[in-house]
Design a protein. Structure first.
Lengths: 190, 62, 504
């Protein structure tokens, strides 16, 4: 037998021995499992990055988000509007250097279509501490159908470098219990 | 003969093998390696499915 | 008329031009490693919040410097050296057109110089990925284009050398497996550099205001370059595994057909995996994501799992055939663990496979990526693959390149022997710690996770500071290991005792 530095002698296209065949077979079977899991999760799992995807001009997205804010604003926090949209509705979150707007007040167990886009550069939507992460690209509307599964006071970190203020970019999502009282109780400033 | 500051493979290259080495099935064994790769596969399976579990705990999204 | 020298260890006929080109590329690779390494330490001591060394602008700047120097300059210059070795030296051949090789080397050095200058002067604070619409000075993109053209020329020269070797019958039969592996790396390099041209030329023009570049299209084409370049590293690393196995313990090729087919699987499918960078992007459908991220049903992962078996099996069989037949693991226990080439080889295989491979394939899954994208899990993964895997293997083979090509003794040899242990342990701790931090949602490429001065407050779980501290310690240990490597290699090359032909 030769080493990898030497030219093999004669015909090297030879059948494999039992050890090799066994491992290649096992490895191949595992690869099939890896492949099958993805379509399977689309059918049976609760988390998929499909979303409703489309293109949108940043100015148009900004206008749509401002309309959304006007319709459902309940207060302001740290200078950022707070909105409380009805369950089941389309909600809008715009990323820009260097903030996430608006602050969202959502209901646990309700489904929303969360439209993500950027007004300028790439940003990274990272919901903490849940650890839900999506890319936010200018010119693209990522409409993710989300259902908060727990009540709480969450943050949105930006995890795609977007310039010198990148680490200051922090948003907020408040999820109310389904039993909590209705809208109007806006948060104070910080 | 070993020499300072030179890895052994340079001064004492591995002994050459006879031309018929490894031809018969008894010498064509790698049972140690097979055990190691099966340990690797086990680690892979465990880590992989732990991650599906972690994923299933986050918000529903689609 | 080429006057070859005969290698006393391997008996190979070596073209002095091959020697010279290998040396030049290896030296520049080491310079890049030093720049990348110093910036690594400074970035590390900044992400370790207790220290928080650099101000924000320099953090992002040196992070860019670190990425470019490690992933592009160090690795590609080293791979050029590997191509000259696998093409000319292993085949007893002359380099096809040495002057072209030198011109290409000059182009790559010029490109590197331009890029370093734009980065250090703060005109390219865009990070390694330079995602449009983040904008650097046009000179940055031009530097990248020049560098890429140089690398492409060396790659083509490698193929020309293979043709020359075949025509001049400098070897019998098929080329050795190591050369075959290097050839697959070279083919992937052509695919990579093609994507590079497709993205950097338009982006260069965009930076001059001459055309538009869609940000999502940029991401897609860039990762066609970015991920494929990592697959050059995989193919090159695996080739070096076979080479180191042969040099250190006389490992055998268990089955040439299987190993070569596995390399071919890399060529056919590996570039599809670039899609795993786009799994949570709005621009692509689920079916596109699933098909591509799986490298068409994981066939390239199969290739890695095959090499993960054949490389150690070749070591085991080589050892067993030389008498190490006791029990199941005597062949491993009694292997030359004091040989830094051997220890580097083993650590490279183990950390690449167990940490790098497993984490990467896992969160390269369309849905699992949701809990991993842009978190610290990502650098945790790639420091286990490209650093503990590829760089480790390259460091290990350097310990043989210095006596065999530079014809020098290794300085500080006792330090060289422990270097792989320090580096591998440090990197292992570092990568695993980052992976843990990332599962808590800690972001990558981020200057301040205490969010001082942000509009809201955020406190990560207390486990995060512990894990980030461990990451800091692991990184420092790895930096010590990296520093020893640079000390040993630079000293040996410039001040080391020459190896006389007749004493070996």
């Amino acid at each position: 037998m030769n080493s990898g530095m030497e030219s093999p002698k004669g015909i090297w296209w030879k059948p494999a021995h039992r050890n090799e065949k066994l491992w290649v077979g096992i490895a191949f079977a595992w690869c099939m499992v890896l492949f099958a899991m993805m379509p399977l999760w689309h059918l049976r799992g609760g988390q998929n990055p499909s979303g409703i995807r489309g293109k949108v001009e940043p100015q148009a997205f900004m206008a749509r988000t401002q309309e959304f804010i006007r319709a459902y604003q309940v207060g302001t926090e740290s200078g950022i509007p707070v909105v409380e949209p009805p369950p089941g509705s389309d909600i809008y979150l715009m990323a820009m250097m260097w903030s996430w707007q608006p602050v969202l007040r959502l209901r646990k167990g309700a489904e929303y279509t969360l439209h993500l886009s950027s007004l300028d550069l790439n940003h990274g939507f990272s919901l903490a501490p849940v650890n839900l992460n999506f890319q936010v690209v200018p010119g693209y509307d990522y409409g993710l159908r989300v259902t908060p599964t727990a009540a709480g006071d969450f943050r949105i970190i930006c995890n795609e470098f977007c310039g010198i203020g990148h680490h200051l970019m922090l948003g907020r999502v408040i999820v109310l219990d389904d039993q909590a009282p209705g809208a109007g109780a806006g948060g104070g400033g910080q | 003969m070993a020499m300072h500051g030179v890895p052994p493979g340079v001064t004492n290259p591995p002994a050459p093998l006879p031309p018929d080495a490894g031809a018969s099935p008894e010498t064509h064994k790698a049972t140690g390696t097979l055990v190691l790769v099966l340990v690797f596969l086990a680690a892979f399976v465990v880590y992989y499915f732990i991650n599906w579990k972690l994923l299933s705990d986050v918000w529903r999204v689609g | 008329m080429t006057r070859f020298r005969i290698c006393p260890t391997t008996g190979l006929k070596v073209d002095p031009q091959a020697d010279a080109l290998i040396k030049a590329n290896a030296v520049v690779a080491t310079v890049a490693l030093l720049i990348g390494g110093v910036s690594a330490i400074m970035v590390l001591l900044t992400r370790w919040q207790a220290v928080h060394l650099l101000p924000a602008d320099w953090f992002y700047r040196l992070l860019t410097v670190h990425g470019m120097n490690m992933l592009i300059f160090f690795i590609l210059f080293f791979e050029m050296a590997v191509l000259y070795f696998a093409g000319a030296v292993l085949l007893n051949s002359r380099v096809a057109a040495p002057k072209v090789g030198w011109a290409a080397f000059g182009l790559m050095v010029a490109g590197m110089g331009m890029i370093e200058w734009t980065m250090f002067t703060g005109q390219a604070d865009v990070l390694f990925t330079s995602y449009v619409p983040l904008r650097a000075t046009s000179w940055y993109y031009l530097g990248v284009i020049l560098f890429a053209v140089g690398a492409l020329v060396v790659t083509v020269l490698f193929f020309a050398t293979l043709a020359v070797a075949k025509r001049e019958r400098t070897y019998q039969g098929s080329m050795p497996l190591v050369t075959f592996g290097a050839a697959t790396a070279a083919i992937i390099a052509v695919i990579t550099l093609g994507h590079g041209a497709a993205i950097y030329i338009p982006t260069y023009l965009w930076s001059l205001g001459l055309m538009k570049v869609d940000p999502e299209v940029y991401r897609m084409v860039w990762w066609g370059l970015g991920h494929s370049s990592q697959q050059i590293n995989v193919a090159a690393m695996v080739s070096v595994w076979y080479l180191l196995g042969a040099l250190t313990v006389g490992s055998v090729v268990v089955n040439e057909k299987i190993s070569r087919t596995a390399f071919v699987l890399y060529v056919l499918f590996i570039s599809m995996a670039s899609a795993h960078h786009l799994l949570v992007d709005p621009g692509f459908s689920p079916s596109w994501k699933i098909w591509n991220t799986s490298y068409a049903m994981y066939l390239a992962v199969l290739a890695s799992m095959i090499h993960g078996f054949t490389v150690p099996a070749g070591i085991e069989m080589g050892q067993r055939l030389r008498g190490f037949t006791k029990g199941m693991f005597d062949w491993l226990r009694r292997a030359p663990w004091g040989d830094p080439g051997f220890s580097s080889l083993i650590f490279s295989i183990v950390v690449f496979g167990f940490v790098g491979g497993i984490t990467g394939v896992t969160f390269g899954t369309e849905q699992i990526n949701i809990i991993a994208h842009n978190t610290l899990r990502v650098p945790g993964h790639f420091h286990a693959t490209v650093v503990s895997g590829t760089a480790m293997a390259f460091m290990g083979v350097t310990y043989y390149v210095i006596p065999l090509i530079f014809r020098k003794r290794l300085a500080f040899y006792p330090l060289a022997r422990i270097q792989p242990y320090l580096f591998a342990t440090g990197m292992l701790i570092f990568s695993v710690a980052m992976t843990f931090a990332g599962t808590f949602g800690v972001p990558r490429r981020h200057w301040d996770i205490t969010f001082a001065n942000a509009p809201f407050d955020l406190e990560f779980s207390p486990a995060v500071s512990l894990v980030m501290g461990i990451m800091g310690l692991g990184g420092i240990l790895a930096a010590v290991g990296g520093g020893i490597y640079i000390l040993v290699t630079v000293w040996s090359v410039f001040l080391g005792k020459p190896l006389k032909e007749r004493t070996v």
